[in-house]
Design a protein around this ligand. Structure first.
Ligand code: UDP
Length: 338
């Protein structure tokens, strides 16, 4: 039995596809809207796929009306901090105009609830070393974070202006793969730490570069809060079903509340793969704050949610398992001997 339909922009991507699986499990049909520039058609399995640009307001409104969706989860957008420093124009275009088009389409198709993919990058460089809560200062230090914060502000204003209800979920570092092995992380080109470290360990093809070891952290490398993608996915389904959204708009951090350094990641990947990835220490990547760790208390309370993957090694193990049996990816397959 289905409990309605939801439009999922970017539903063919990494977090989007895991969320579609979680929606289907909850009896909600995901209608994926994706231009497949980064997503994979093979990852769309639980509902229809509409190919379209997220800035195309009319096509979005048509998809919302023709599938009679009751809500929208908006993932589609550009996500790389490093690239955003070199192409801020693209980030403002896709991420800000994308939100504007989604909001305008929702208004004309009379769809009242939105869950928005936001990010820890909205906080910028935290002043202290303690975990970040939603009331901390929002001061992004890269165009990716700027564009996501602009999206949040546009959404919050729309909640006041035309009665929309919305939740912005601020992800820390999405990681891992579907525990059942159906989905995983496959960007092309890949820029994320965990898949690159796995690739380096399993194929030895390209040594990993650690972006800076001169940060004010215990081992000098950047510290991030890695959260399993299936835990993120579940949080979206719960946010969609919230009875009331306080003042129409709420922002919530999604993380485990624990910091893991780049060198810790390399060690965990080495354990999961049975051999360590080769790496060299390089310069810092522009736009990277030293530490980003969530205080996820608000999401835990409001969504009655807690990460099921509390242990970092278990998260990495799911990513390695998926890479070993990879179902879809544009890049080179593993050599037979690996
Ligand atoms: N990182 C790294 N080498 C890489 C890719 C990433 O040292 O090849 C570091 C990066 O500086 C950051 C962390 O790993 O501190 C996570 O980066 P990623 O790009 O995976 O996610 P982001 O935090 O940018 O969303």
């Amino acid at each position: 039995m289905t409990r309605g339909r939801v439009l999922v922009t970017g539903g063919a991507g990494y977090i989007g596809s895991h969320t579609c699986k979680a929606l289907a499990r909850a009896g909600i049909e995901p209608v994926v809207y994706d231009d497949l520039s980064n997503g994979h058609a093979e990852a769309v399995r639980w509902g229809p796929l509409i190919q379209g640009d997220v800035r195309d307001r009319d096509r979005l409104a048509g998809a919302m009306s023709s599938h009679a969706v009751s809500g929208v989860i908006h993932f589609a957008g550009l996500i790389e901090v490093g690239r955003s420093m070199h192409r801020p124009d693209l980030y403002w275009d896709h991420n800000v105009n994308g939100v504007a088009a989604v909001l305008s389409a929702m208004r004309s198709a009379d769809v009242g609830r939105l869950i928005f993919s936001s990010t820890a990058a909205v906080y910028g460089t935290p002043a202290g070393l303690s975990a970040l809560s939603e009331t901390d200062v929002l001061n992004p230090i890269n165009p990716y974070g700027d564009s996501k914060l602009a999206g949040e502000k546009m959404i919050a204003a729309s909640c006041v202006a035309f009665g929309l209800e919305a939740v912005a979920l601020r992800y820390f570092n999405a990681s891992g793969a579907d525990p059942e092995g159906e989905l995983g992380e496959a960007h092309d080109p890949e820029t994320h730490l965990i898949p690159l470290a796995i690739e380096a360990a399993l194929t030895g093809s390209r040594p990993l570069t650690v972006f800076g070891q001169d940060f004010p952290t215990t081992d000098g490398s950047c510290v991030r809060d890695y959260i399993h993608v299936a835990d993120l996915a579940r949080a979206h389904v719960l946010a969609l079903g919230l009875d009331t959204i306080s003042r129409g708009f709420e922002a919530m951090n999604l993380g485990r509340g624990r910091g893991t350094s780049v060198l810790d990641v390399i060690e965990a990947v080495g354990r999961a793969c049975g051999r360590p990835p080769a790496y060299a220490v390089g310069p810092r990547r522009a736009g990277d704050p030293p530490i980003l760790v969530a205080d996820p208390a608000r999401a835990m309370k409001r969504l009655n949610w807690a990460p099921e993957f509390a242990d970092f090694q278990a998260i990495v193990d799911t990513a390695v398992a998926w890479r070993r049996s990879r179902r879809f990816d544009a890049s080179t397959p593993l050599p037979a001997a690996a």
